[in-house]
Design a protein around this ligand. Structure first.
Ligand SMILES: [Zn+2]
Length: 558
């Protein structure tokens, strides 16, 4: 984890089985990736004992036939523009896309379970920490087992083997990662900046203690914005360090202050750590980079969370994946379009490596976190509908036992649609009233008079999430419901060009910078969709996965 000033949002993604179509989904939450190395000892309420290692039992009973080799729904593919549909070619699906679910025999961080995080979310893990390419993120599917710790840890000072318990007191990494770190520190030293490891392996128990300390100070919701939940920190892998220079660490303001990425040592890490097998999982989102200095964020962005990672940038948090895999990531990163909205993250690359870009829908950019700081605009859960704290608020994305989004039991409905206006919007506003049952999923763009809107020439295929940010596409994600509007007649060449998430505008401040499966806002919802001032008449419809459902309503605008 990082310092308190770094909030992080983790994004999680899951593939979803909706009737015949498999869907990939994503969700985000706000929390910190690194957790504080200087955190006081965990309080007595938590009794994490990673070394006790009770054998977690596998209680999940995967049913591969339910969704393996899911038949592509032609309707879903056909609905999107051809360029988007072609993105699905060659994708594979797996009955256990995130790994076999295991349920811990008990809750190891009991202070965390309860109101906001369900017992099931805390006890279920999918990820094997032994895998150097394990996907550990804020999603329920990106959790390490509470009783898992590496078995080949070494003390960074001596290089000698150490137990996970020993490593609560000294800095440790897995043997191979420690060797690579030694090389990296040597290279740094050659260039005149001695490295300073702030935090290395952190066990589940340490993370639990850190989280509970934050919760004790400011409550659970604030804690989720300051610390990763236990099991969701990459430091538990034993391959991840928070690395600074000694020079940077001298300042009494603490190492996690802004600007390390712009120092010579920080720049060296960004450019060369990858050559020694270390990747940087938490970059600044391309939209958020300062136009003149890519090592710092723009001054005017609304929320400094990267929706593709769920975290603020952490230029010191580096993770060892091996030299050869790291070079594959470097190539994939360069090919994705550096600096553009399509620039991939480490997590997107890992998902591609594992064939997790699954399903006939377009894969999402990220997955949603277990808990998003209790804003409940973007959280996901393995618990049943009604059991999660967010169900009654902004909505939660419910995942099945394989980690895939559950389809909604009922479809949303349009109750009414009419013309409206807003002071801040020069074009038209189409106001749409909806009845939205629990468990419905949606996707960006989230639009509204106070956020993103459609100007002349823009569409869901090309929209800027906020002023001066480059336009990007929001291709349909299977299972996602959106409101769709088109002019009558529609001569623009794009069917239903103006699409809107069933979500609150504030959610868009973070999530419009990615294309993720989000929980739709449940209940009676009114959406105000800003569209250009040109048409005199529009049609309004609901779409699921890019396919129009039901009869459109016609609205006269003038
Ligand atoms: Zn870290």
């Amino acid at each position: 984890m990082a310092g308190h000033e770094e909030r992080a949002v983790a994004s999680s993604r899951a593939a979803l089985s909706l009737s015949l179509s498999l869907i990939a989904v994503t969700a985000l939450v706000v929390a910190t990736a690194c957790g504080r190395a200087d955190a006081p000892t965990p309080t007595s309420t938590a009794t994490p004992t990673p070394t006790a290692t009770p054998t977690a039992t596998s209680t999940a009973t995967p049913t591969p036939t339910a969704d393996a080799s899911a038949t592509t729904s032609a309707a879903v593919l056909d609905a999107g523009p051809p360029s988007l549909a072609s993105a699905d070619a060659g994708l594979t699906t797996s009955p256990d896309p995130f790994g076999r679910a295991r349920t811990a025999p008990r809750t190891y961080c009991s202070g965390v379970a309860g109101k906001h995080v369900t017992d099931r979310d805390l006890r279920t893990s999918f990820v094997s920490g032994d895998d150097l390419l394990a996907i550990v993120n804020r999603s329920p599917t990106g959790q390490l087992a509470p009783d898992w710790a590496p078995t080949d840890l070494v003390d960074l000072r001596t290089g000698q083997s150490a137990s996970a318990t020993d490593c609560e007191k000294v800095q440790c990494l897995r043997k191979e990662a420690a060797g690579a770190l030694g090389e990296l520190l040597g290279e740094m030293k050659k260039r005149g900046f001695a490295g300073k490891v702030e935090s290395a392996f952190r066990g589940y128990g340490t993370q639990c203690g850190t989280f509970l300390r934050w919760a004790g100070k400011g409550g659970f919701c604030e804690a989720t914005e300051q610390s990763a939940l236990p099991g969701h920190s990459q430091h538990q892998l034993g391959t991840t360090v928070d690395l600074f220079s000694e020079e940077w660490a001298k300042d009494e303001r603490g190492v996690f202050r802004e600007g390390f990425g712009c120092t010579p040592a920080g720049k060296f890490l960004q450019e060369h750590a990858i050559e020694l097998g270390f990747v940087m999982p938490y970059p600044i989102h391309p939209d958020d980079r300062h136009p003149k200095q890519s090592c710092v964020v723009r001054w005017d962005i609304p929320i400094n969370i990267n929706p593709k990672t769920g975290y603020r940038f952490e230029h010191w948090h580096i993770r060892y994946v091996g030299k050869e895999p790291a070079s594959r990531f470097a190539k994939a990163l360069a090919a994705s379009g550096l600096g553009t909205p399509n620039e991939i993250t480490v997590e997107q690359w890992l998902r591609a490596e594992k064939g997790l870009v699954s399903g006939p829908g377009v894969p999402p950019d990220a997955e949603l976190p277990v808990c998003d700081g209790c804003n409940c605009g973007a959280c996901s859960t393995l618990s049943a509908p009604g059991e999660n704290a967010c169900d009654k608020k902004g909505g939660a994305l419910h995942l099945d036992e394989h980690g895939r989004p559950l389809p909604a039991s009922n479809a949303p409905q349009i109750l009414a649609a009419h013309a409206a206006s807003a002071k801040k919007w020069k074009g038209h506003i189409v106001e749409v009233k909806l009845a939205v049952p629990d468990g419905v999923a949606t996707q960006p763009p989230v639009v509204g008079p106070d956020g993103a809107g459609y100007v002349t020439g823009s569409s869901f295929e090309r929209l800027s999430p906020y002023p001066e940010s480059p336009a990007r596409a929001f291709p349909p994600i299977s299972g996602a419901w959106v409101v769709a509007i088109e002019p009558v007649p529609n001569e623009g060449g794009v069917a239903w060009p103006w699409r809107a998430a069933i979500s609150a505008t504030i959610v868009g401040q973070t999530y419009d910078r990615a294309n993720v499966l989000l929980p739709a806002r449940p209940g009676n919802v009114t959406l105000k969709v800003p569209i250009p001032d040109a048409p005199s008449k529009v049609r309004v419809v609901l779409m699921e996965g890019g396919v129009a459902k039901g009869e459109p309503l016609t609205v006269e605008l003038r």
